[in-house]
Design a protein around this ligand. Structure first.
Ligand SMILES: Cc1ncc(COP(=O)(O)O)c(C=O)c1O
Length: 448
């Protein structure tokens, strides 16, 4: 319904406005080309709208200021890393305090034992270990699952994202074969050797994959969040749980993004009990930490392996995992953020954001939809997708880039990978209403 020529016509003016507003970011980005690979410290940062990334100066609560002095309502929040709110004061203080007492010692700290107990109360897993990123937590979980049941392959959802774990960077091709997803750089081996991808919300495909008898574990998000938000259909997660039990396969849920559903994540909210659970990004308030938990039975079996001279080369853990700094950061985060009272503020904001977007969609009778999961919401240029492939098929790059740049030029940052907004308790109704007004104005211009 939106004319490509109209997008191109409006885009020129937006790029011009962006350049005018960001002279220092432009200069700094130019300088960054000298020694930063691709001009950025991390490739995803090239996905931001505009001809160069804006350079951040500072961030607090739900906003970011760039080096040109522009202030933004930040609905990206470090792609969930800062869901607690940027520079959340008690977390910053705990980190500052710990920084005077040593960052890392290769010794346990009392904080992480407190954190493990707290995570057990929240998520219901029996025991926990720590690492630096959700990618690591997934990788270690897969490794343990293979060790425990001796099977060679894993199952993930088509179009999933679980970090840079090689064997999860897959999609199904037209023939239903599991292949590397577009954009994956340097897959080590053909991923079909390690992985079977199955569409989300398809229990029959899941059963076919598990029935082959070569699957160690299923790794999935309770709702897809990385190719749009795709919610599980009634009975889907319970069905996967039953199938994994039937075929003796370990069921791992990655709650790194779905923690947006509430303080205990989506699995407890929806009454699904995995064998292992991964949580990363936000649990350290933005400090690189993650955790993976496991049932009593699995932890007992893993503990049987945790002895001997060669434990340091077991392939699990890392030098900086479970550091004193990590312990202080996670303890403060779980004490002062991500609580029910925080979600009681952030979830209504996401509902307000969704209602604002929906009103414009309805006014223009657009075939678009809004999806919300807790304090995360997203608009999509299609009907609600039921699986990753349907979501991927409705991506419209030029429209998405235009709408992101339009929002950015008017003081709003959306997550650069899709049209996603995440709320913190530090956002306000007026932040959300700004987005509603800018979204309405943008669509108005596109349709005129
Ligand atoms: C569901 C999920 N799991 C794991 C990861 C990996 O997190 P990290 O990049 O912090 O390792 C991501 C990143 O987006 C994610 O969305």
């Amino acid at each position: 319904m939106i004319d490509e020529l109209r997008i191109a016509e409006l885009m020129g003016a937006e790029v011009e406005m962006f350049i005018q507003k960001h002279p220092q970011s432009r200069e700094e980005s130019f300088n960054s080309q000298t020694a930063l690979l691709g001009g950025v410290p991390m490739p995803w940062m090239k996905r931001w709208a505009g001809p160069f990334p804006i350079i951040a100066d500072s961030a607090a609560g739900g906003s970011i200021v760039d080096i040109d002095g522009n202030t933004y309502v930040d609905f990206c929040l470090g792609d969930t890393g800062s869901m607690t709110g940027h520079a959340n004061a008690p977390i910053s203080q705990a980190i500052a305090h710990q920084s005077q007492r040593g960052f890392t010692t290769m010794l346990p700290s009392a904080d992480l034992s407190w954190v493990a107990n707290h995570l057990t109360d929240r998520f219901g897993m029996s025991k926990w270990q720590f690492c630096l990123s959700a990618t690591d937590a997934n990788r270690f979980s897969l490794r343990l699952a293979r060790q425990l049941n001796g099977k060679p392959k894993i199952v993930v959802n088509d179009w999933c994202y679980h970090g840079t774990v090689d064997e999860t960077l897959v999609i199904l091709d037209r023939n239903g074969e599991t292949v590397s997803r577009p954009g994956a750089i340097g897959p080590q081996i053909h991923p079909g050797l390690t992985t079977i991808a199955v569409p989300f919300n398809d229990l029959a495909a899941m059963e076919r994959a598990l029935a082959g008898g070569e699957i160690a574990c299923v790794l999935m998000e309770p709702a897809l969040t990385n190719i749009g938000i795709v919610l599980p259909q009634e009975g889907y997660l319970e069905g996967v749980r039953q199938l994994t039990k039937k075929y003796g396969v370990i069921f791992i849920l990655d709650e790194t993004h779905t923690i947006c559903a509430g303080p205990q994540g989506a699995s407890r909210l929806w009454g699904v009990e995995p064998d292992m659970l991964v949580i990363g990004k936000t649990i350290g308030g933005g400090i690189p930490v993650a955790a993976y938990g496991m049932s009593a039975e699995i932890s007992r079996r893993v503990e049987d392996l945790m002895h001997g001279h060669d434990l340091d080369v077991s392939g699990i853990g890392g030098t900086l995992s479970g550091s004193a700094l990590a312990g202080a950061a996670i303890r403060a985060t779980l004490t002062h953020a991500l609580r029910q009272e925080d979600f009681d503020i952030a979830i209504p904001l996401a509902m307000r954001w969704s209602a604002g977007v929906q009103a414009t969609i309805d006014r223009h009778k657009l075939p678009w939809t809004v999806q919300q999961l807790g304090c995360r919401a997203e608009y999509w240029f299609a009907d609600h997708p039921q699986n990753g492939a349907q979501a991927a098929a409705s991506v419209n790059d030029s429209l998405e880039s235009f709408m992101h740049l339009y929002a950015l030029n008017r003081g709003i940052l959306l997550t650069p990978f899709h049209n996603m907004a995440l709320m913190t308790p530090f956002h306000s109704d007026s932040d959300v209403d700004l987005h509603t007004a800018v979204f309405a104005q943008c669509v108005e211009e596109l349709m005129s």
